[in-house]
Design a protein around this ligand. Structure first.
Ligand code: A3P
Length: 323
């Protein structure tokens, strides 16, 4: 499949002029397509993903809204699979620098499908996918409703990570400032409460995966960034068992050390250079990694307002956010 074929399928199926449009970061056009805000290039990727992707029953699909812990989840899963394949017996202070994460950024280890497989100008998605050995670890920022039927119908597993909306927004703002240039936090806030972030509205994204998790808890695991911070060992044990790779206590410690923010931030491989088809500087994926940083950015009114919007959307769903 070449990129021109995805372009023509988009022309056949999506008339951008008929979709609600918004300006993102004051300069980029976003369109509301089937309930979620998307860049046109992502719509093309979604169509190609939906019509071409063939899930393997042992695929592990990581899913997340941007800035909710994607990098950490990728790193943890890479380490779990590697730990089990190698038989890991290094001390966490023993300086094991031979693992995959010491050589490759987590986003190079686990590809985000809509950007790095079916992304713009990528001519060989089938080769990329067939070249990955099983179990394939793949990632997506897409909402559940955008996923190909092949994923929904196969026995593959999905691991979704979420994070409280206020920290997610602050993290998103920092990331975008580094990527697209200065932008007032107040404006980013105003857009986010209207749901205008790519892949947003955030809470709608969360709810889609949450309801599917409630229907199919053996297929979809639902994790929270805050719980990973609070009980990392318990959460990693749960995750490893979910993907059929249960870890002992020593292995869990190993995985947590290898995937830790402090370690990844300091690795040469993450300090310079870019990753992904979109050439994103690797170091901007690593910042503070704390819960509650939003308190340094939100006014009381912003807090009240976003909490109220979040509460109203989540009402009756059974999900709450701790921060
Ligand atoms: P902050 O900006 O709040 O520090 P994503 O990976 O989805 O893009 O999310 C990025 C957020 O996760 C950033 O949060 C980043 O610092 C944090 N993060 C990245 N790697 C991490 C890790 N290994 N452990 C914990 N948090 C991590």
């Amino acid at each position: 499949m070449d990129s021109s074929s995805t372009g023509s399928s988009m022309n056949q199926e999506i008339d951008l002029d008929k979709l609600p449009k918004a300006l993102f970061w004051g300069k980029l056009s976003l369109y509301n397509w089937k309930g979620f805000w998307c860049f046109p290039m992502v719509m093309k990727s979604v169509l190609a993903f939906q019509s071409h992707f063939e899930a393997r029953s042992d695929d592990i699909i990581l899913a997340s809204f941007p800035k909710t812990g994607t990098t950490w989840l990728k790193a943890i899963c890479v380490s779990i699979l590697e730990c089990q394949s190698k038989g890991d017996d290094h001390d966490h202070d023993g300086g094991d620098q031979t693992d995959e994460l010491s050589k490759k950024n987590p986003h190079a280890c686990v590809l985000t499908v809509e950007n790095n497989v079916y992304g713009e100008n990528i001519s060989n998605p089938d080769d990329i996918l067939s070249g990955l050995s099983s179990p394939r670890l793949l990632h997506t920022h897409l909402s559940y409703s955008y996923l190909p039927d092949s994923i929904k119908k196969s026995n593959c597993k999905i691991i979704y990570i979420t994070r409280n909306p206020k920290d997610t927004l602050v993290s998103f703002w920092h990331f975008m400032v580094k990527l697209l240039g200065p932008y007032p936090f107040e404006k980013a806030y105003d857009e986010s409460v209207k749901g205008i972030m790519h892949y947003g509205p955030h809470i709608d994204h969360v709810l889609e995966y949450w309801f599917e998790h409630l229907k199919m808890s053996e297929k979809i695991l639902f994790l929270k960034y805050e719980e990973l911070k609070k009980d990392p060992k318990g959460q990693v044990k749960k995750l490893s068992s979910f993907i059929g790779r249960p870890l002992n206590d020593v292995e869990v410690e190993q995985v947590l050390w290898k995937s830790s923010l402090d370690r990844l931030k300091d690795l040469e491989v993450n300090k310079t250079g870019v990753v992904s088809h979109y050439k994103i500087p690797k170091n901007i994926y690593f910042r503070l990694g704390v819960v509650g940083d939003w308190k340094n950015y939100f006014t009381e009114e912003m807090e009240r307002n976003l909490d109220e919007i979040t509460r109203a959307k989540l009402e009756g769903s059974g999900i709450t956010f701790d921060a």
